[in-house]
Design a protein around this ligand. Structure first.
Ligand code: ADP
Ligand code: ZN
Length: 286
């Protein structure tokens, strides 16, 4: 089966061709400019390829509520031209095939749940800590969703009193994303996060906050596994620190799997999103 996948990001769109098993055969990159310019290239690529279905994982926020008249729209975003843009509609109008539409985080989480670190697990929570922080929760193959997709990255956090950084989130200042996403780390230290010594206390703050997010998610969702991806997680030492804080904070209140198996690193790395999108397209077809 020939299937398409789109990973839509703030700087580039990755469009891929692959199969229902998530195997990618080719891909192209298209710069994210105006919706019209970018989407024309996306649509032309898939027209030429004659795919049977497409899976889209995109930056957001987006409307994922199928009962809404603006289902498939990008909602409000600072990206010029993309606010209130009918992303899904623009593709459907030209391509007329089944298209699955979700967030970039959900798509990566789905890839992880089906073929990555969460393979074989029923309840999979996926976090990404990169330019922003987001989470997707896949339960028995379906996304957790209320009136819209979760926004767990903006969870409120108890800040370490020694961490005097005011926070980077334009809405909440010191929410999880405001304290722990890449730009927050870099604004705090005035250099690239990759240049920060692994023994610096800032990493301990980040781990503390990520652990708090895991404790809250554990209590609310009771996942089988919590998977971390995103640029910041390239720091190999971080997971160990997160597990340490998590153990202290949860204080054995509920039973969870051994922490080396419970809080883990992404399995598919940079392929999670595109593989997830292919698998979601295949699901849409079946
Ligand atoms: P995006 O979120 O835009 O998809 P990434 O997940 O790669 O992209 O996240 C980019 C962020 O990750 C940057 O803000 C940078 O600070 C951080 N980052 C990237 N690589 C590393 C690294 N090796 N160590 C720590 N932080 C990193
Ligand atoms: Zn916030």
């Amino acid at each position: 089966m020939k299937i398409g996948a789109v990973e839509a990001g703030g700087t580039k769109f990755v469009c891929a061709i692959g199969d229902e098993n998530g195997q990618v055969s080719e891909q192209i990159k298209i710069p994210t400019t105006s919706p019209k310019e970018t989407m024309n290239q996306v649509i032309n690529y898939f027209k030429e390829q004659q795919v049977e279905a497409i899976g889209v994982g995109t930056f957001g926020p987006i409307n994922v509520n199928k009962n809404s008249v603006t289902y498939g729209y990008v909602t409000k975003t600072p990206k010029p031209g993309w606010s209130n843009y009918d992303f899904l509609g623009s593709m459907k109008k030209e391509l007329n095939i089944p298209i699955s539409f979700t967030t970039d985080v959900n798509a990566a989480g789905y890839g992880e749940a089906v073929q990555g670190a969460g393979r074989g697990k029923e309840n999979v929570l996926y976090w990404t800590i990169g330019t922003g922080i987001g989470a997707g929760y896949v339960q028995n193959g379906e996304f957790l969703q209320g009136i819209s997709h979760p926004e767990m990255g903006h969870m409120l956090i108890r800040q370490n009193p020694n961490d005097i950084y005011e926070g980077h989130c334009p809405f909440h200042k010191n929410c999880f994303e405001g304290l722990a996403a890449g730009p927050a780390i870099e604004e705090r230290i005035g250099k690239k996060a990759v240049e920060l010594d692994q023994n610096d206390p800032v990493w301990d703050y980040i781990a503390d906050y990520a652990a708090q997010a895991c404790v809250t998610a554990t209590l609310v969702l009771r996942p089988d596994i919590i998977i971390f991806g995103g640029g910041v997680i390239h720091q190999e030492h971080l997971l160990k620190k997160i597990r340490k804080h998590f153990k202290e904070q949860l204080n054995d209140y509920v039973d969870v799997p051994p922490l080396e198996e419970y809080i883990v690193r992404i399995g598919l790395n940079d392929d999670a999103g595109i593989k997830g999108a292919l698998l979601l397209a295949a699901k849409e077809l079946s």
